[in-house]
Design a protein around this ligand. Sequence first.
Ligand code: SF4
Length: 259
Amino acid sequence: MEAISKPKKRIFLALVLASTIVTAAILYLIWKVSVPGLTEINTMLPAIFGWLIITVVGIFFIGELGIVLAILGVPMIKIIYYWAWKAINFLFPFAVGLGRIFNISKSSIEQSFVEVNNNLIMQNNFKIPAEKIMILTPHCIQLDTCVHKITRNIDNCRTCGNCSVGDMLTLARKYGIHMAVATGGTLARQMVMKVRPKAIIAVACERDLTSGIQDVFPMPVIGVMNERPFGPCFNTRVDIAKVEEAILFFLDKGDNDGR
Ligand code: SF4
């Protein structure tokens, strides 16, 4: 069984910080070797480019500090949060590259990314109407021997209890939220376009959660990691209590008093 221990936020945060330092060092070296050429064009150019680099790197550092403070519960202005998260998404591939050097697996970094994302989302106080919340999950969560076509119409599920689809559908009906099962990223995007939710509870592996969260940003997504007792992409499951916790977090309680 593929066990998933609690992901550590610090893995991703440390790698993003290290990526910024490496980026800053590279930019400094580029600036240093270009100074003679730039001076020949215009004596002001080295200073202009120098300050440009300092500003860009400074924004990254402030963004990262903002993310850490937000995770610690310090309120953050929405616009800073937006740009900080954009900066982090930009640095994500560098963080993965750096992780490779330190022998940190991509999946650990992705799990850590999802954990950081969830923590940031949890710092907000959402009040979203039920019909604007959506559970989105991949097809591998359906029992492989099930004959019911649930990707076209989720109501074809008989909620027989043999896989997590039925449990999630029961929750979706209880709270009046949307639920969709997608066979791939394109279909998932189409389903999101159709429902136009204001918040998503995504159930998937760390890889799909990471790309999905980045795809729909700035829409809030809580990522719930699936369980893979038979290995990846086959008869996966989900801890249904975590899904319900995420629904209740987003739900406007005044709009829905526990139907
Ligand atoms: S819960 Fe639904 S999808 Fe899962 S096996 Fe039963 S009928 Fe099929």
